[in-house]
Every structure is written in structure tokens, then in C-alpha cells.
Design a protein around this ligand. Structure first.
Ligand SMILES: [Fe+2]
Length: 382
């Protein structure tokens, strides 16, 4: 198995020459030198490595069948996790595209592929949240509806987990998020993709996507009420001035209220051909300005705490003028992530990539950025 680092007396030690352990004897040697935990890069380990899953840990041995007593925590390299996350997001977009097409053709929607996808997304969120968050922040301008649907699903499940909702509800949040704008398939594509501000008549036309959704959702066998609430309540407002049904506060469920917040946040932070993305901080201000008449104020504050002022995948400028991607925030406070720096504002040029751990540095985050504000392309650094 391929080891990247190990714990000795609760100290995480990165191995300068990380590499393969080739036999049970190698494991015994590590154990006898006081190592209790190792981090294994599964993608680079041989197939003969056998992992045994237990309640809170995983034990590992080689297939030579030596008795195992080696208990370890699993981790795959960030690079491998990013690839897996990218594949999951692409697969999600393909599924939405297929279902949009089938809906357009008048075919019924099968729920089972969405359930599988939801399970995969939840598992990845639990194991590699930073990788998934980072990859979902990487947006193209062309596939807005697909990316928006996947991102709303990911944000909803992240938010749901923060609110300690049960696992079956998390699954329904993902399915609802992915399907939430399904009615747009029946909207005039020219209006849907219009670059720029909509006229009043065009806006009324777009609003119809929710009326179309009512019909479409009625024909999906096995779709839960939670998923339906997300699909049909994400444009409702607490004061009753939303659509399609003009529901008032007590009629809008928790999941419906969550979807209103997440839908607006993702739209604001997306890069479109006709508008620049907003930084998360700027989007939070708008969300707060929509309380208490439109959005649930307490829930907006929860959402801000959940996403954090500098979410993983967002761009920041450090106090020394270096610009980077917030790379790792797991088990850290919001102000001290690891930042992957690649650009210098002072020199106005790209620099060698450096990982800066703000817990171990005097540097601090000066501000959140959007890539267009500096006219730089962070894409190759994700
Ligand atoms: Fe919508």
C-alpha cells in the first residue's frame, strides 16, 4: 500500500519519501516503532491491499493473509479526490442533461438513477468535502442550468448536514436540488439563455417554469415530499409575494426555505456571459438584504456560518499580495484555511504554486476575490 503520512503519538508526520509498503513485515516494523495510524493513497496502492471496514476505522492487510492488527485511517491524496469529485460532478451533469432531454420528449422520469447519484454525492461529501467544494467552484459559462442544478444539490446537502438533518433527508435534498429547475426545459430557450436583463414579459415567461414543474413532478413515481418542496418552493417568499403559489411563511417548509437561500446564493456567485460572479461575501450581503420578507433570517445566518466567508474553492488575496484558491478548511476556523497561491498582485504575474497554511503563518486573508476582478484565470490551478 502507498503511504503518504503517519501519526506517531498523535502527531501527523508527512513522509518525505512517501511510498509503498510491500509486505506485512513492513507494517510490523511501523507498528514496533510506535506508529499507530497511516494515511494511505488508495489510488496508488496495489490491488492486493485488502481493507477491512469496522465501525469507526478501517484495518488493512496484504492478501498473504497474515493476521491483521493494523488499524488505520484512510485518506486518498487530494489530487485523486479532486479527480473523483470532478467525475462525480460530470456524471451528475450528464444525468440532468439526459433527464431534461427525456422530459422534453415527454418521457417519465425514473427516480432510481438520482438515488444512486445522491448516495455517491453524500459519501463524497463526508469523505472529501474540500475536494468536492473546490471542484464545484470551478464553473464554465456555458452550462449554467446543469452546473446550477448540481451546485444547488451540493449546497443543500452541505447545509443539511450543517443543520444535522438525518441521512435520508440529505438524500432527498440532493434529489430535489438536482431536479429543482426541471420545468425550465419547457421555457423558450431564447428567453432562458438571453444575455442581459429580461423584460417584464420575459420574466413572466421564465416564472412559468414552476407551473411546468408541477406537471412534471406529478409524474415522477417515488419522489419524496422534501424533494418536491425544494422543486416547488425555491421561488416562494415568506411574505407571500413569491411564485408559483404565493405561499406565506408558515406554508413554506424548512427544506423549501433552505432551497430559496441556496438557489439565490448560487445564482449570484455564478459567472455568466452577461454578468460577473459575486464573491461569497457580497452574495451574503444580498441574502441578508432579502430578510425577513423574502428569506428566513435565522436560516440565512445559519447558511453563512455553514458556507463560511471564504469557502473552499473561492479566491482570496493574502496580506502579502499573493492570490490563491482556498484549498483546505476541514477542521479549521474560517479565517485560517490552507491557501494554494499562484498569482502575485504586486508583480502582476503568475508565480510558482505555494501552499500556505494560515494556521502556521503570520499572513492573513486580506479579501475575497472573483477572478474577473484581476483578469486572471485560476482554472489550471484547481
Ligand atoms: Fe427556479
Amino acid at each position: 500500500m502507498y503511504i503518504t503520512s503517519f501519526d506517531r503519538q498523535n502527531q501527523l508526520i508527512s513522509i518525505a519519501n512517501s511510498g509503498q509498503l510491500r509486505s506485512q513485515a513492513d507494517i510490523e516494523t511501523l507498528l514496533s516503532s510506535g506508529v499507530e495510524y497511516v494515511w494511505v493513497d488508495l489510488a496508488r496502492s496495489k490491488a492486493s491491499v485488502v481493507l477491512l471496514y469496522q465501525a469507526n476505522s478501517v484495518s488493512c492487510h496484504f492478501s498473504t493473509d497474515a493476521k491483521t492488527r493494523f488499524v488505520k485511517k484512510i485518506g486518498i491524496s487530494r489530487e485523486a479526490a479532486q479527480i473523483k469529485a470532478g467525475e462525480l460532478l460530470s456524471e451528475s451533469k450528464r444525468l440532468i442533461q439526459k433527464v431534461l432531454f427525456e422530459t422534453f420528449e415527454g418521457k417519465a422520469i425514473e427516480i432510481s438513477p438520482f438515488e444512486t447519484l445522491a448516495d455517491n454525492m453524500i459519501n463524497m461529501m463526508l469523505q472529501d468535502h474540500d475536494a468536492l467544494s473546490c471542484m464545484s467552484a470551478l464553473r464554465s459559462k456555458d452550462a449554467y442550468l446543469l452546473e446550477h442544478s448540481v451546485n444547488v444539490a451540493f449546497l443543500l446537502v452541505t447545509f443539511g448536514r450543517y443543520l444535522t438533518l438525518e441521512q435520508p433527508i440529505l438524500k432527498q435534498l440532493v434529489i430535489g436540488g438536482i431536479l429543482h429547475d426541471i420545468g425550465k426545459i419547457r421555457v423558450d430557450i431564447k428567453v432562458l439563455n438571453k444575455p442581459g436583463k429580461l423584460t417584464a414579459a420575459e420574466f413572466e415567461h421564465i416564472k412559468l417554469h414552476q407551473n411546468y414543474a408541477i406537471d412534471i413532478l406529478d409524474n415522477i413515481q417515488g419522489l419524496s415530499q422534501v424533494s418536491k418542496d425544494i422543486c416547488l418552493m425555491h421561488h416562494e417568499k415568506l411574505d407571500g409575494k413569491g411564485y408559483p403559489r404565493g405561499l406565506v411563511a408558515e406554508q413554506i417548509s424548512l427544506h423549501g426555505r433552505m432551497s430559496c437561500i441556496v438557489d439565490i446564493f448560487d445564482a449570484l456567485t455564478a459567472n455568466r456571459s452577461y454578468k460577473e460572479a459575486m464573491s461569497p461575501a457580497a452574495a451574503f450581503k444580498i441574502l441578508l438584504s432579502l430578510t425577513p420578507f423574502h428569506l428566513d433570517k435565522d436560516l440565512v445566518y445559519d447558511f453563512i456560518r455553514c458556507v463560511g466567508i471564504y469557502p473552499v474553492g473561492s479566491l482570496v488575496e493574502l496580506s502579502n499580495g499573493l492570490v490563491g484558491i482556498v484549498w483546505e478548511a476541514n477542521k479549521r476556523d474560517a479565517l485560517h484555511p490552507i491557501v494554494k497561491c499562484f498569482y502575485s498582485v504586486l508583480n502582476r504575474r503568475y508565480v510558482n504554486v505555494t501552499m500556505i497554511d494560515l494556521l502556521k503563518s503570520d499572513l492573513y486573508i486580506e479579501r475575497g476575490l472573483v477572478s474577473t476582478s484581476l483578469d486572471i484565470d485560476p482554472t489550471p490551478f484547481y
